[in-house]
Design a protein around this ligand. Structure first.
Ligand code: GA4
Length: 333
């Protein structure tokens, strides 16, 4: 893995490429949070795709643009400065390496605890002139996005007739909720221009499912996100900087006994523009048992999964490679 002096990413032959141009996902479900039908539309989207787009989300645009510019300010620092905020073990700056088991991508990122009090000092030292500006940009954004995530989970619970309606959201509201936050920067990749001429694209973040309950993503106006449909084809999700994308994670798939699908997704590098994304990963407390919700199970219905705690799942996930099918270890045979 090579890193140039200027702090930009340079070519790295171990980063994967993929060669088929994906169709554009024009039929992506778009859900207006003010729509009385939103709960059933969300459930439908989570059953079919494991992903939907949220409009009328009430997260102030000002919080979004402020954090995006803080993030870019950080990613534009010299490499040596950024490295002082690394490695991401578990929180901090990372470049190209994803996780600890050999995965790489055309990406640099900051991984943060979604509990603002725990914003690691290591990360803040990089913002030594203005750590408070960064801290408040992160806090305001996370707070607003969490509020939306709780609402989404309550609507999903309503749509599935889960009782009480906070059965899912309370796991994220819990002060011990194990949630994290990630700022990603995918620099433009000129090499992939040549590669894409030969029909190949460089992978920014390799295919995977998210282990948590739900993920809330916002990106700038640069495409790159793709999801895998039930039939195995990949489609690219058109970027929309004013909306949020919500995806189902592994834990929610288990809690709904497989009804809602944890979607496989990936990000490809763009040849022209840099992509910035910010993602809140809502997870339960470490001690939480991850089992299908009783109010959702039919009379004779049995769990498709063996019982496990979030801590057990997380430990197992962090030992896996990005593309692994992590739920496989927990399925009943
Ligand atoms: C995918 C979702 C989140 O980005 C993340 C990722 C984590 C990491 O980047 O350290 C993991 C990946 C993610 C799943 C499998 C393991 C852990 C990298 C990896 C190879 C922060 C998370 O929670 O799981």
């Amino acid at each position: 893995v090579v890193q140039s002096q200027s702090g930009t990413l340079t070519h790295c032959s171990s980063i994967k490429t993929c060669n088929k141009a994906a169709a554009v996902f024009t039929s992506i479900p778009v859900i207006n949070l003010g729509d009385p039908e939103s709960k059933s539309l969300m459930v439908k989207a989570c059953e079919e795709y494991g992903l939907f787009k949220v409009v009328n989300h009430r997260v102030p645009m000002e919080f979004i643009t402020r954090l995006e510019s803080e993030a870019l300010g950080f990613f534009n620092l010299p490499q040596s400065e950024k490295d002082r905020a690394g490695p991401p073990d578990p929180f901090g700056y990372g470049s190209k390496r994803i996780g600890t088991n050999g995965d790489v991508g055309w990406i640099e990122y900051l991984l943060l605890n979604a509990n603002p009090q725990v914003l690691s000092l290591k990360t803040l030292t990089v913002f030594r002139q203005n750590p408070e500006i960064f801290r408040s940009a992160v806090n305001d954004y996370i707070q607003a996005v969490k509020t939306m995530a709780y609402e989404v989970l309550e609507l999903i619970a309503d749509g599935l007739k889960i009782e009480p309606r906070d059965a899912l959201s309370k796991l994220l509201r819990d002060e011990n909720s194990d949630s994290c936050f990630r700022l990603n920067h995918y620099p433009p990749c000129p090499e992939s221009e040549a590669l894409s001429l030969s029909g190949r694209n460089l992978v920014g973040f390799g295919e995977h499912t998210d282990p948590q309950i739900i993920s809330v993503l916002r990106s700038n106006n640069t495409s790159g996100l793709q999801i895998c449909l039930k039939d195995g084809t990949w489609v690219s999700v058109p970027s929309d900087e004013t909306s949020f994308f919500i995806n189902v994670g592994d834990a929610l798939q288990v809690m709904t006994n497989g009804r809602l699908k944890s979607v496989r997704h990936r990000v490809l590098a763009n040849t022209q523009k840099s992509r910035v994304s910010m993602i809140y990963f809502g997870g339960p407390p470490l001690s939480q048992k991850i089992v299908p919700l009783t109010s959702l199970m039919g009379k004779q219905e049995e769990s498709l999964y063996n019982e496990f705690t979030w801590s057990e799942y997380k430990t197992s996930a962090y030992k896996s490679r990005l593309a692994d099918y992590r739920l496989g270890l927990f399925e009943k045979t």
